[in-house]
Design a binder for this molecule. Structure first.
Ligand code: NAD
Length: 328
């Protein structure tokens, strides 16, 4: 039996094209068993998938009698919930792109679906949560090396032309053209990493994120879109040291100039920065610390695919009776 992970790719255009390329480049690890994308013919990545069967939906793929081990969902946000449920129901492990979904009700459904299939792995594509550098830093935070967290600050200036909002029927919109809620904005989509990461780093365990007790936000729009393209957010995040940590986030798609994201983690015993070159480094009690690259843009999909194969390998190495009970 082949050790390769047989993938069903759900959404192969836009960001999904990176999964096509990465799965093809990691040919010792992956085999592309099929595609589910109702608009696959518009995706340039389709040209490289000559012998791969293409369907509109996950259900169509299985109705054709085909099989896979895992699904990679890189479709528009408003489809993540139903596609994750369908993939899990068909016994697939799932790597679903960020953000999780479009609203809190869908998030509850996705959590319930994952809980109802404890033998299958579910990963959400926030690449920083799989970056060895971030995980090494988080391990030290949990070990108490850095002391109490004081504040985390993230600033992202990524200007987008108006064409960015015209590339599909959901960018910058409250609902897509079929009326599905999507709530797409600078904060929920492109810079969602910088909202998720501070909460992940303040989580009480390696695989959990913290929840804010208070959220204050101001949102603005420069472009003629339905949601917003600039946001300033302040979160208060309760932690295991009994204090509240302030998290400040400023993100915009309409700054004059583009700038590399700036993220600053301040702790009782030192400060770590991820700024300019994606390197995570700082000073702990006066000594320099360098955790390495966080997960550079060109490496983000490789980082996630490697985490997915590692999760699958762990699962396969479990004795068969335990596989049904494994979590995360
Ligand atoms: N992790 C990252 O850094 C990162 C970066 C960019 C985008 N993303 C995420 O990737 C996802 C897709 O974003 P995008 O910008 O590529 O979107 P897009 O609209 O440009 O492309 C989405 C793809 O999904 C296909 N699609 C449309 N409806 C579908 C359906 N019902 N089922 C299956 N496929 C469908 C489209 O044909 C297209 O190929 C989003 O969740 C986005 O947040 C993640």
């Amino acid at each position: 039996m082949s050790d390769k992970l047989k993938l069903l790719l759900v959404g192969i255009g836009g960001y999904g094209a990176g999964y096509v390329m990465t799965a093809q480049n990691m040919e010792d690890e992956f085999e592309i068993a099929g595609v589910a994308d109702p608009f696959a013919k518009n995706a340039s990545s389709l040209d490289s998938l000559e012998d791969v069967p293409v369907f509109d939906t996950i259900e169509d793929f299985f109705a054709a009698g085909l099989t896979a081990d895992a699904a990679v969902i890189s479709s528009p946000i408003q489809f993540h919930c139903e596609q994750l449920e369908a993939a899990l129901d068909h016994s697939l492990h799932v790597l679903c792109e960020k953000p999780l979904c479009a609203d809190a009700g869908q998030a509850q459904r996705m959590l319930a679906a994952a809980a109802a299939h404890p033998g299958q792995k579910v990963l959400i594509g926030f690449q920083w949560s799989f970056s060895p550098a971030m995980l090494a830093f988080k391990r030290q935070i949990l070990e108490g090396k850095w002391g109490r967290p004081l504040s985390i600050k993230a600033i992202v200036r990524w200007p987008r032309a108006f064409s960015y909002y015209k590339r599909n029927d959901w960018a910058g919109r409250l609902r897509d053209s079929a009326g599905r809620f999507v709530g797409d904005s600078v904060l929920s989509n492109a810079t969602a990493h910088y909202l998720h990461n501070p909460l992940f780093m303040l989580g009480g365990a390696m695989d959990t994120a913290a929840e804010p007790s208070r959220i204050e936000a101001q949102c603005f729009r420069a472009f003629d879109i339905e949601t917003f393209d600039t946001a300033f957010v302040k979160l208060s995040v309760p932690g295991r040291f009994g204090n509240e940590t302030d998290v400040f986030i400023a993100v915009s798609h309409c700054t004059e100039k583009v700038a590399e994201p700036y993220v600053e983690y301040r702790f009782e015993h030192g400060t770590v920065l991820c700024a300019g070159n994606d390197r995570l480094k700082g000073t702990l009690r006066g000594e320099e610390v360098d955790f390495g690259l966080s997960a550079a843009v060109w490496k983000d999909i490789i980082t996630k695919c490697s985490a997915f194969t590692a999760a699958h390998r762990d699962w396969k190495n479990l004795p068969a009776p335990s596989r049904r009970r494994c979590r995360n």
